[in-house]
Ligand binder design. Sequence first.
Ligand code: NAD
Length: 305
Amino acid sequence: MEVRVASAQNALEHLGLGMQGLMQGKRGLIMGVANDHSIAWGIARTLASQGATLAFTYQGEALGKRVRPLAESLGADLLMTCDVEDIASVDKVFTTIGEKWGGLDFLVHAVAFSDKNELKGRYADTSRANFVRTMLISCFSFTEAAKRAAALMTNGGAMVTLTYNGGTRAMPNYNAMGLAKAALEASVRYLAVDFGGHAIRVNAISAGPIRTLAGAGISDARFMFAYQQRHSPLHRGVTLDELGGAALYLLSDLSTGVTGEIHFVDSGYNAIAMPQPEALRVSATGNGNGNGNINNEESAKDAAQ
Ligand code: NAD
């Protein structure tokens, strides 16, 4: 696991950010690590490589078995179970942090859920039960955690949640999750206003598609992911280290003037209106190669990488 921390450090140095200790003396809670593919894990290891002290939550004992060794590899000894549908477990997390640390400097919220059976087909067919559950877990849990975290941020602080472009544009199969992300992004702006007077900043990272447990729940995800990666201005997907670097910026003193922001880390995909004409030509004829080849077989190959 030390190798992972080193690799995050190397990545920062590679990016020309050979700085050490940007998070030295800062203590933060990471919510949403399921395994070593989780975006929350990419963020956690980057923050740890810059000196942060971390606490983790995990959802249930099955995931706890995976999260524990990861947390320990970063020297974290504060590891708590938390299901955001159970508000008592959320309360317990922040009470424990208050007792053990007496304060908090940052919060990472990387929690989302929607019924897999409704991450396909039409949004119009969303059930009431899944809509409410998706909104609670993927949106309102951030507000509930942020309120409790802010009460511990007596010297100011910073929070980051994770969103996706499907919150601002209609994305196939994303359905109720798209509405939850839209509301989550709005809550970032409202919470930024609520807490700004206490020098607490609230921002979101809008991540490009990345292969995780949650990402795999979306029907035909691999084709959609490959399409976005191929047609983004950078012609590629994003890495956990790149998401970690963006979180480091938003949670450290590098970004003290930034709040209420939705920061895209998606190889620029959100900036384009449509693929380049060459790719459209190839798509229409079914022929081509290089960046223009977007037939499904190629896309699937990309997505599997
Ligand atoms: P992931 O599966 O690794 O993480 C999702 C986490 O949500 C898991 O740790 C899971 O335990 C947690 N969770 C779900 N329901 C919960 C509950 N009731 N209580 C507590 N925790 C619960 O997947 P990920 O892709 O790393 O997802 C992290 C965040 O990033 C999510 O908000 C997701 O929407 C967002 N995101 C992901 C992508 C992508 O392509 N993977 C793109 C943009 C944004």
